[in-house]
Write a protein that binds this ligand. Structure first.
Ligand code: C5J
Length: 225
């Protein structure tokens, strides 16, 4: 028998989803962005802001796994020969530490390097999808859309970092492809709290123009309902 739809209190109004048609997408919870001693911190960012969401992400992930939902993890990752990294992307940003350079946890944003791995607290499990993406968005130059379409996924729940860069870009890409998206407010973070707040406001403005937002608690409650 088909499981009933689930509903939770969200902003700007209730979010309704069916678990078999919904995927949890965790964006770029990689050691280089989140951990002390990584790329993010070496650029002068306060990584405690990103670390603080790990327990919330763990709680949602655990409830999602228990409910049997599809899980997708992404990593911002380039090929070692940088063939998938446009020079414009590499040349912008901090000149002393560019994509492909040797950083504190291996080559910056290169697939397979220690800093490119997902933090151990949120490590992917067998059967979960891990998408390496060369862009900020999870759909650009990746098999994500085909994978989701193949599984009948119509709704996406987002968590991860950073809110205004890779999370927001991915959510906008998903919205344009027809997915109904929810962003977990306390499951996402930015090095710049004002950018996070602005993103939450932009996403849910004008009747959920990009999607919905909600704290983790009602989402978890809906999973256990
Ligand atoms: C992500 C970035 N993951 N800020 N990357 O947001 O460059």
């Amino acid at each position: 028998m088909k499981p009933p739809p689930r509903t939770l209190d969200a902003n700007p109004f209730a979010y309704r989803y069916e678990l078999p048609h919904t995927a949890l997408v965790i964006i770029d919870m990689q050691r280089d962005f989140v951990e002390p001693g990584g790329f993010g911190e070496s650029l002068g960012n306060d990584v405690t802001k990103l670390q603080s969401i790990i327990p919330t992400c763990q709680a949602v992930l655990s409830a999602w796994r228990q409910a049997g939902g599809l899980v997708v993890h992404t990593r911002e990752a380039h090929a070692p020969d940088l063939s998938d990294c446009p020079p414009a992307k590499r040349l912008r940003g901090e000149p002393r530490l560019r994509i492909g350079d040797d950083g504190p946890m291996g080559r910056i944003l290169i697939a397979g390097e220690p800093g490119n791995q997902i933090v151990p607290q949120l490590a992917p499990r067998v059967g979960e999808f891990v998408i390496d993406k060369p862009g900020k968005g999870a759909f650009y130059a990746t098999p994500l859309h085909a994978l989701l379409q193949g599984r009948g996924i119509t709704h996406l729940v987002f968590m991860g970092v950073t809110t205004e860069v890779c999370v927001q870009t991915s959510m906008r890409e998903a919205n344009d492809r027809g997915y109904d998206c929810l962003l977990v407010e306390d499951g996402t973070a930015s090095y710049f709290p004002e950018f996070k707040q602005a993103t939450l406001d932009m996403v849910r403005a004008q009747g959920a123009i990009v999607g919905w937002t909600s704290p983790a608690a009602p989402l978890i409650e809906s999973l256990y309902a």
